[in-house]
Design a protein around this ligand. Sequence first.
Ligand code: NAD
Ligand code: MG
Length: 384
Amino acid sequence: MTRKKHIAILGSTGSIGTQSLDVISRHADCFEAHTLTAGSNATLLIEQARRFRPDTVVIADESKWNEVREALSDLPIKVYSGTDALCEVVQNSDIDMVLTAMVGFAGLRPTIAAIKARKPIALANKETLVVAGELIMQLCVSRGAPILPVDSEHSAIFQSLAGEGDNIIEKILLTASGGPFRQTSAENLAHVTPADALRHPNWTMGPKITIDSATLMNKGFEMIEARWLFGVAPERIEVLIHPESAVHSAVQFADGSIKAQLGVPDMRLPIQYAFSYPERLPLDGSRLDLFAMNALTFERPDVERFPCLPLAYEAAARGGNIPCAMNAANEVVNLAFRESRISFAHIPEIIAETIARIPFEASATLDSYFSTDAEARRLAGEML
Ligand code: NAD
Ligand code: MG
């Protein structure tokens, strides 16, 4: 690479954010952390800023602004706070790529601001595409801003599509580990605790997505994410439970050929590929040892025990503001479950009830996504 790629990381203190800084530190000749932002973890943001010397940092939580500013006062680093600042800093002309690694609906506005400023997006924040996929994809086309997937499944699909040009995708095979409750009976699922759900077998991730993986809502979100990223109808996206997490997803073409990407579960690979695409850079670490694997197994998901998955297909089929309402209700119940305020079984119940009650809007606009988000949070909150 010629000039270093200047990267803005939205959510640098999280699971994806910290792993992306690891990638940047290993390829300091190629990448530079230009902007770092965090929600409220001032301590880690300060530590990262002192180490990576970005141009700008933003702490969304305004009460932490003074703490960050004072801790960095000896360095020439701009320090801002507040959610509006997130949307402003991503437009800096010196930024070459924006990694959206913040969690939830909060990622929508800054992602739109970055696309409007024609920044290539490395997209981890899948909720943005669940809520407003159609609008985001149209905006990317009109502004000429590419989206590079960071989610491991979507990176696998993207890698499988390399060199395929306009060849028609017959089917996407979206793999899922099955999460910590793959083999838990329906009776026992009623009694699982947040601690049980946070014990994911194959991946270490932030708390929200770990719960979404346990309910399979994460896979439903990924189906919607794939639909928009790759322009494939939901009926042609099939979920396969694959407990070994070796095949990260696959694409089936019109001639029946299936191309997949395999590897060890390590998010640094898809993060790095999004940063360096179309080049591949070295990545140290373990390699997938096919000889050491007894078998690669695939099962159909159990939609009775995991109703969030069919709920996501239903939301995708209805379209309009329904996926947005589903996302909002999920954010509410995900947190409520983590705080032991509801049981695991309440999660799909409240989401289903919310999308049944929300007034349907077929052609949703950005404004209506904001009003739907607020109304769905209110409805779901009432049901807790
Ligand atoms: P995380 O909770 O570990 O980190 C979230 C980051 O966003 C933190 O830096 C936090 O400070 C920041 N943040 C949270 N709320 C914010 C707000 N309101 N305003 C500004 N900043 C805020 O989450 P994560 O696991 O790194 O996931 C981030 C995103 O990436 C999610 O959308 C998730 O679905 C997606 N993703 C994560 C993984 C993974 O392995 N962790 C894999 C695929 C996709
Ligand atoms: Mg994923």
